[in-house]
Design a protein around this ligand. Sequence first.
Ligand SMILES: C[S@@+](CC[C@H](N)C(=O)[O-])C[C@H]1O[C@@H](n2cnc3c(N)ncnc32)[C@H](O)[C@@H]1O
Length: 249
Amino acid sequence: MADNFYDKVARKFGDYHTEHYRNVMECPNGDPEKVFKEKLMEISGKNKMALDLGCADGYFTLLMALYFKKVMAIDESQEMLKAARKLQSQKGIRNVVFEKQDAFKTNYKDGQFEVIYSRRGPTPFIEAFRLLKPGGYFVEIDIGEQDCRAIKEVFGRGQNFGQWDNLQAAVDEKEARKSGFKTVFVQDYFCDEYYLSETDLDIFLQGVPIFEDFDSEKDRSVLKKYVEQYKTEKGIKLPRHRVVIVFQK
Ligand SMILES: C[S@@+](CC[C@H](N)C(=O)[O-])C[C@H]1O[C@@H](n2cnc3c(N)ncnc32)[C@H](O)[C@@H]1O
């Protein structure tokens, strides 16, 4: 079976945690991760079934499991799922099932879930609409079009390079509405991350798909150029952009 990007990351780091590098985050208009979690908590319930799309190493899934009857968590990276099952047995959490499935074409029944969420994972709106009960919610935190723009411009490449005017919130809302959803909440968040050193930024870049072909050796000089331009007293600045959206069936 072909190794995908996330298989390689799981093999290299053993998981998809953020604990391999040091950074701090400043979000003047609110912390999107906190808002995403709050939105999920608001609609959670110990009598509800949830589906986690693109669960990766399951770290977040296993935190959310406390608030639901059961969480089905899917990913297409076998290596990430291995890490997730290992973490699950370490934590002794029993109401989560990790499965290898394509989020766009799952084998679940119509109307099986009250809540479906995607934390920077896939957003298969047609499939999610099918899988939700009437009144059920789809909650997502997505990567905004301005995310890491500064470093992509210095590198001259990267994920969705140049699509700065392709507003992600609008794209998601259009697709979700076409699938039958109505929007309950939508908000963009612009944050600044500060990496403590060039090494911390380098390690971060090795584990994310911002540049899927990132190579510490080959990209050393261009990374140094970025560091020179974005070095501040707080660390090396990396501007981020997130979108949090809640849709209802
Ligand atoms: C950025 S990671 C998300 C990490 C995870 N949700 C978290 O909270 O840490 C994206 C994950 O989505 C998975 N993925 C991408 N497309 C997928 C698809 N069509 N079906 C299932 N998983 C998918 C990738 O394998 C990867 O593990």
